[in-house]
Structure formats: C-alpha cells, structure tokens
Design a protein around this ligand. Structure first.
Ligand code: 9MR
Length: 357
C-alpha cells in the first residue's frame, strides 16, 4: 500500500478538517488548529503514538490523523518477535516495513519496540525451551541472531530502540523470564552490545511500566543503568511507559525520577502513555484523566533529558485497554469517533506552553 500525505496543502487540510469535524467530537477539530506535532516541534520534543497496523491499512481517518498529529511512531505489535519470526527462520517483515515506509512518507521518526521481552515470543521458541530441545547455549545464539537481524534490517531508520522491555518485578528483583532462567542476568548487557553493533547510531533504551515515579522498580533500573554505563555497555535511554489509571492516583516524584536518569547522562522518554478509568466516563473522570496526561507531559518538558512523549494509541477505537482490564477503558486522548477529549486539549495546552526553563 502506498501512503500519501493528505495534509500537505492548506486546501487538503481544510477538506480533512471538515471530514474530521463531522465526527461526534467532544471538541470539534478545526483545520486552523495547530496539530500536536506542530506544537511539539516548537517545544523541542517528539510527540508519538503506537500504531495499530490493521487500523492503518483499513481506516482512512486513522491514517490521516496519525500523520497530522504525530511526528514519531512506534509499532504497537508488528516489530515484536512473534510477529517478525513466527516460525523459526521464517520472517515476516511486511507490516513493520509498511510502518517504516509510512513514517518516512510523513516525516516521522520511528521508535523500535521491542527486542527482548518475556511476552509475545514465538511458540517455536517457548516450546523449544520448555521441552529442552533448545538449550541455553543455543538460546543465546538465537537471541543474538534475532537482535542482530532485526536491528540491521532497520539500520538508520529507527531513532530509538526499546532493547529490553519489562525486566524487573515491582519489588526491584529481576523478572523470572526464560531469559533470566536460561542465560542469567548478563543477557541484558549482551542485548545492548549486540544491538549497538548492528546500528551504532540508534539510541538504545530500557523500558518498563510502573516506573514513572521514584519506587523500588525504577530504582532497580537506575542502579542497573548506572552499573551498565560504568562498564561501558551502550545503554543510552530510559523509557517510562506511563500506563496510568485514575483510580490508583498519580505517581509521586516523577520529576525527581527523570532528573536522576538525566544526571547519569541518559535520555529519557515517555513511551506508552495512556490513562484508563473505570467506565462509564463522566466529566470528573475526564478532567482527572486530562490532568494526568498534562502532568506527565509537563514532567517531560521540564526535564532536558526527555526527548519524546508517546501515547499508546490516541483513539479509544483501537485501544488495548478494554480487552485486558474488564470494565475499564477510555484511556486515550480521543474517543472512538476521533472526538477530542479534555486529555487532547491538555496535551495541546502543555505543548503550547513549551519547555520549562
Ligand atoms: O498494545 C499491545 C497489545 O495490542 C498486545 O496484545 C499486547 C500483548 O502483550 O501488548 C500491548 O502492548 C504492550 C507493550 O508492548 C509493552 N508494554 C505494555 C503494553 C500494553 O500491554
């Protein structure tokens, strides 16, 4: 599929704005409104979204809005191992290639997600480890090959890679994944070294949830990053997913957390922000949600280390939340009809206010 930018000329933008405003919008879109990406550009930060490749193929509004509003994209699923190598040695790069092409056509950078994770692994790999047909030495070679092959394929086209994802438990102990069990803790440093060898210019990130504020888990990342960097391991960034829920309250000490990673000389990024709630939506919950988006964005804009702010989907039409958390949802800045919620307005206002000096 060939993707074109429908919003390049003012005339086309007017038509697109009219199309968008026919939706049941909480706040109608106007072609004269500056997009999030334009405001982000002025503020000196990337504004990103996870992209659902099925939606991108099938939904014209989704394609247009993704291009209009964002200057960074992350593959929600199609760069994960089970997607790119569903059978051993049999690769399917098509949807990931499509995203990279779409990004290029629309002047967007790409965040790569993700190389080493305990989840969404291909069945051939997990069953091979479970039945003992893949031993530890072979598994290490398989991991090395996976990282090298994928990172090389997109060399020069991925700005930041989430190299290892979700490797700590809430108490700060290493997650008991097949990687830890089979390879021991050194798999983390190895993964960064292999990724760096494959694309020396890509910025390489650790990435996790529940690490917005200062807590046992984020402190475990801080100590790990400090140690790895002291050992010369190429770890350049800390990705904070930002999956929040209004019923649990806003995390504490977010600014302090960003600052300590910045002090290590690292970049930081919010990589998967969404703010869910117990349904149904009401005005109070929407306002709280908006304030959470704004506070995370302000934390990013207040930290020199924070170079990008990515939402994990921008419309409730395609959000992962209701499928995983029963009775919860409405977690993104636009409703299912692309109507702009207060959360969208909060992002816009935050970006318009720009960086705090
Ligand atoms: O949004 C993703 C969803 O479509 C997948 O089914 C799910 C599989 O585990 O992964 C979701 O994305 C996750 C991301 O890759 C890592 N952090 C948590 C995200 C939400 O579960």
């Amino acid at each position: 599929m060939k993707y074109t930018n429908r919003f390049r000329t003012p005339v086309l933008a007017l038509v697109a704005g009219a199309l968008l405003s026919t939706a049941v919008a909480v706040q109608p879109a106007s072609a004269h409104d500056p997009s999030l990406r334009r405001l982000a550009d002025r503020a000196g930060v990337r504004i990103g979204t996870a992209v659902d490749m099925n939606a991108l193929a099938e939904d014209r509004r989704y394609r247009g809005t993704t291009a209009r509003e964002f200057d960074s994209v992350t593959a929600e699923n199609v760069m994960k191992w089970e997607s790119v190598e569903p059978q051993r040695g049999v690769y399917d790069w098509k949807p990931a290639d499509d995203l990279v092409r779409y990004a290029r056509a629309h002047g967007q950078v790409v965040r790569g997600h993700t190389l080493v994770w305990h989840s969404q692994l291909p069945g051939w790999l997990t069953s091979g480890v479970a039945d003992g047909s893949i031993g530890s030495a072979e598994l290490r070679g398989i991991l090395r090959n996976h990282i090298t092959t994928e990172v090389k394929r997109y060399k020069g086209k991925i700005q930041q890679w989430d190299v290892v994802n979700e490797v700590f438990e809430e108490d700060g102990s290493l997650r008991n994944s097949i990687w830890l069990q089979e390879l021991g803790p050194s798999y983390i440093a190895d993964a960064f070294r292999w990724a760096h060898a494959a694309d020396p210019k890509a910025k390489l990130f650790l990435n996790d949830y529940n690490v917005e504020g200062v807590n046992a888990k984020s402190t475990a990342y801080y100590e790990l990053a400090k140690r790895l960097r002291a050992e010369g391991v190429p770890v350049q960034g800390f990705g904070i997913q930002g999956h929040l829920a209004i019923q649990y309250g806003f995390p504490e000490q977010v600014a302090e957390n960003l600052a300590r990673f910045g002090a290590l000389g690292m970049r930081t990024a919010f990589t998967e922000v969404d703010v869910r709630m117990i349904l149904p939506v009401d005005a109070t919950k929407s306002a709280t949600q908006a304030s959470y988006f704004r506070k995370l964005l302000d934390a990013c804009l207040g930290a020199r280390s924070c170079t990008s702010f990515t939402v994990w989907g921008y419309t409730d039409r395609y959000s992962w939340v209701p499928g995983v958390f029963g009775g919860q949802g409405a977690a993104t800045p636009m409703d299912e009809e692309y109507g702009r919620k207060p959360a969208y307005g909060a992002l816009r206002a935050g970006l318009a206010d720009g960086r705090r000096k």
